[in-house]
Every structure is written in C-alpha cells, then in structure tokens.
Design a protein. Structure first.
Length: 353
C-alpha cells in the first residue's frame, strides 16, 4: 500500500508557533524522510468559509499568507503538493455522499465541534456548513487515500469520525476507501500549545498567538508579556510550573543544547524548574531564555519567508500547479467511489441490461 500524507490549514490568518510544533515541523520531517509516496498540503479555504461566510476577503488574503508560511518552514514544492481546497470540486461531491452515512447526533457528539461552537458563540445559529465540517474533512482525507495525517491533538475526533465513515462506506459499498492514522508530534507538550494568555489553545481566532511571520521585536514583546504564575510576585517567592505558560513553551521548544548555549548555569530544564519552584528565579530571566530558544527556529523561518515574498509569482505558480495535480487525484478517487456506489451510469452500458 502507498504511504500518503494529507493535512491542511484554514486560511483564517497567518500560521503561528502552535501550528509549527503541532503539525508543520512534523510535516517537514516526514516530507524529508523520503518514506512517503505522495504528500498533499491543503489550504482549506472552503472550510475557513464555513465560519467566515461574511468575510471572504479575509480568507482570500490569507491563502497566499499560508502558502508563504508553508514555504518558510521548509515545505518543498518539489516533494509536496500544495493546493487550494475550493478548486477541487470532487471534495464536495464526496462530502455529499458521506453525509448520508453520518447522523446529526454523531456530529453533535464530536467534542471539537462542540468546543468550537461554544468558543465561537454560535449556540443555535451554527452554520450548517460549519456543523458538517468533520464530514468534509473526511472527504479531504479519503480523496487522497491518505494513510497519515499530521495534525495537532484537537483533530483527533475528526480522524476518528473519518475512520468511522471509511468503515461504513467500505462495509456498505465494498472496500474502496483507505483508513487514515493520526500522526501526533513526538513531544507531548506540542499536542496542543496554549496561547500567550495561558488559554487552552493558541488559536488564530483567539488572538493569543506568536506568528511565524512576526518580526523579532514583536516576538520579544509578546514573550515578555506572557502569562506565568500569578502567585510568583517577588523573585524570591516560590513559583509554580503547572499552568505556567513560559514553562509549557520551554517543554515544547527547548532542547538540551540550548542550555549550554544560552543559559549555561543550568544543565537542563529540570534544574531550571527546580530553581523556580524553590524561589529566587525571576520570570524575566526565563522569558529572555525562551526568546533566544524560539529565535533559533523563528530566525531561519523569517529569512526564508522574506525570500519567498520576493518571489510571489513563483508561489502563485506553485499553488496553481499543485491544485491541478490535487484535482486530478481527487477526481480519480471520486470515480472509484461512484463505481463502488453503482452510480457510474455512463461508464459502460450496464444500465441497459
Ligand atoms: P482557527 O482558529 O481558524 O480554527 P487554528 O489556529 O485552530 O485556526 P487551524 O487551521 O484550525 O488553526 O489548524 C491547523 C492545524 O494546526 C491543525 O492540524 C491543528 O491541529 C494544528 N494546531 C492549531 N493550533 C494548534 C495548537 N495551539 N497546538 C498544536 N497544534 C495546533
Ligand atoms: Mg482550528
């Protein structure tokens, strides 16, 4: 069986460091491992419109920004296909057929959909398209016969729902669709990075992000204003690590070698944490260290982004080419699906028999 990756991002804003540790860094590693036969990265504009229908310009503007973020982190258009979701019409047709296999109550029970409806204050006014996005996501994944989906932990319920659709489809119509697996980051601290405000998730729509495209001074200011431990008032006070966002970020981003390089008085993160717990270690010092740690990967991303920003015509071509390739692949899957469902009326003359 071929090994195929599909994942994507909603063009609702620039990508942030939560995307980086949750999914982008993994994608680049997988892309460069040479173990995959096909790799697709989707800019999910249609999904972004499900809760931004009145703001199409925002979605449109961010398509190019997400593409620039992809290229900046090291996604290589020679190895991976980058495409725009709404220009792959087969995805809608697949979504329509899959909707017949899913109940309303099953989607209502999807914990990510539930949490997002609450977070967006939709209550009883949830757009139908938004409500159904787990089904359209199943179409995105299965259209490419994806075997691995590198995403953050919030996507686990989507993958589960997708696998259910695959099972149901295959049991009703015969073995057709491929079951995907979630690919989570190797480091648990990266599953779901909290926001700068300490809120459960860094998210474009919560405005608590460090963006990959932020300049160095903006990043420094954001880090210096981060939520830490409200009970740690004097440097001499003992501090708490749990729920302290600066330490959560160090868990996610710091590597042993950063200590030797930037903070040699501590051998590792455990020693730093111990000192903080005992008291006598100020927030400013840890934040400065975190800033240096984050600049080790943000610096090169910024440089590459600037290079691609000077080549926007090339980015346009990459998107157009990628979308064409993706549409052909999804069309082929749609034909398999129609065949399995026996609605391929004009493929042969069997209808007349
Ligand atoms: P929106 O607020 O518009 O939903 P978002 O910030 O949640 O935006 P998405 O485009 O929905 O971003 O998510 C893209 C990918 O990034 C998904 O795989 C998701 O799991 C991952 N991701 C997003 N935020 C985080 C985070 N804070 N930590 C880890 N992974 C994340
Ligand atoms: Mg999201």
């Amino acid at each position: 069986m071929k090994k195929i990756i599909l994942t994507g991002d909603r063009p609702t804003g620039h990508l942030h460091v939560g995307h980086y540790v949750g999914s982008l860094a993994n994608r680049v590693t997988l892309q460069n491992s040479g173990e995959f036969d096909e790799i697709y990265f989707m800019i999910a504009d249609a999904q972004a419109l499900t809760d931004n229908a009145e703001n199409p310009e925002k979605v449109r503007q961010n398509v190019l920004q997400v593409a620039l973020d992809y290229l900046a982190v090291g996604i290589d258009p020679a190895k991976a296909t980058i495409f725009i979701q709404s220009l792959v019409p087969a995805l809608y047709e697949l979504t329509a057929y899959y909707m017949d296999l899913v109940t309303v109550s099953r989607v209502q029970r999807n914990p990510t959909v539930k949490a997002e409806i609450q977070q967006k204050n939709f209550e009883s006014s949830v757009p139908l398209g938004f409500f159904c996005y787990p089904v359209s996501q199943a179409a995105d994944i299965t259209a490419f016969h994806a075997t691995s989906v590198p995403v953050g932990e919030d996507q686990e319920p989507m993958l589960e729902q997708c696998r259910e659709i695959v099972h149901k489809f295959n049991s009703v119509y015969g073995e057709t669709l491929t079951e995907p697996n979630i690919y989570l980051p190797p480091n648990k601290a990266c599953y779901r990075l909290p926001g700068l405000d300490g809120k459960a998730k860094m998210s474009k729509s919560l405005g608590n992000c460090i963006y990959l495209s932020d300049d160095a001074e903006t990043v420094r200011k954001k880090i210096m204003s981060m939520y830490t431990d409200p009970t740690h008032i004097q440097v001499s006070d003992p501090g708490h690590i749990e729920g302290n966002t600066v330490f959560t970020y160090l868990d996610a981003f710091s590597k042993p070698e950063h200590f030797a390089e930037f903070l040699p008085e501590y051998a590792n993160l455990d020693e730093l944490k111990d000192h903080y717990r005992r008291g006598g270690l100020g927030d400013v010092k840890i934040k400065k260290f975190l800033n240096r740690v984050m600049e080790t990967f943000l610096g090169p991303i910024r440089t590459r982004r600037a290079e691609w920003e000077a080549r926007k015509e090339d980015v346009y071509d990459i998107l157009q080419e990628g979308t064409k390739r993706a549409a052909a692949k999804a069309d082929a899957t749609l034909q398999e699906v129609r065949r399995a469902m026996r609605i391929n009326y004009f493929e042969d003359k069997n209808l007349l028999k």
